[in-house]
Design a protein around this ligand. Structure first.
Ligand SMILES: C[S@@+](CC[C@H](N)C(=O)[O-])C[C@H]1O[C@@H](n2cnc3c(N)ncnc32)[C@H](O)[C@@H]1O
Length: 137
């Protein structure tokens, strides 16, 4: 099996998909902010935070970096990945922002055991959970 690289190379359709998710996150955050509802972003298969475009060879922001740039901002960010190299890359992107939480491990466990229990309906905290593990094209 091919070893996982720090950054994936992604094709044109994946770049479009990232733009759609970014625009959806911005609309979601705008609406929830207007309703005065605290909202968090959860990326269950976060990756390294950025990728390399097959077309241009340039870095392309991945879903975590796009989420961090959304305005108005989310209250918190939760990024999960199984791969330690990608987790280290996410930690570099997060820097010392204390509203960003990076987890190394299986999202199927971390979501249920650690993240979802903090999102009670009664607390009015809402979350956009991006949970897709598609292979890049
Ligand atoms: C296609 S990449 C994610 C790209 C990112 N969501 C984006 O849109 O920029 C998929 C990632 O899921 C991670 N992964 C696979 N299975 C996982 C699991 N069970 N829990 C957490 N991460 C997982 C892999 O290590 C890989 O970095």
């Amino acid at each position: 099996m091919r070893p996982i690289q720090e950054f994936d190379e992604i094709g044109y359709w994946s770049e479009i998909k990232l733009e759609i998710v970014r625009d959806y996150a911005a609309a979601y955050s705008t609406i929830l902010t207007k309703k005065n509802l605290p909202h968090v972003y959860v990326d269950a298969f976060a990756g390294a935070g950025q990728h390399i475009s097959k077309g241009s060879g340039a870095f392309v922001p991945g879903s975590p970096l796009n989420a961090l740039n959304v305005q108005p901002p989310f209250r918190e960010y939760h990024f999960i990945d199984l791969n330690v190299t990608r987790v280290e890359s996410l930690q570099r992107i997060a820097g010392c922002q204390n509203d960003v939480h990076v987890y190394e491990g299986d999202c199927n466990e971390i979501l249920i055991q650690t993240i979802f229990p903090t999102l009670h309906f009664e607390s009015y905290r809402r979350a956009l959970c991006y949970w897709t593990r598609m292979d890049w094209t």
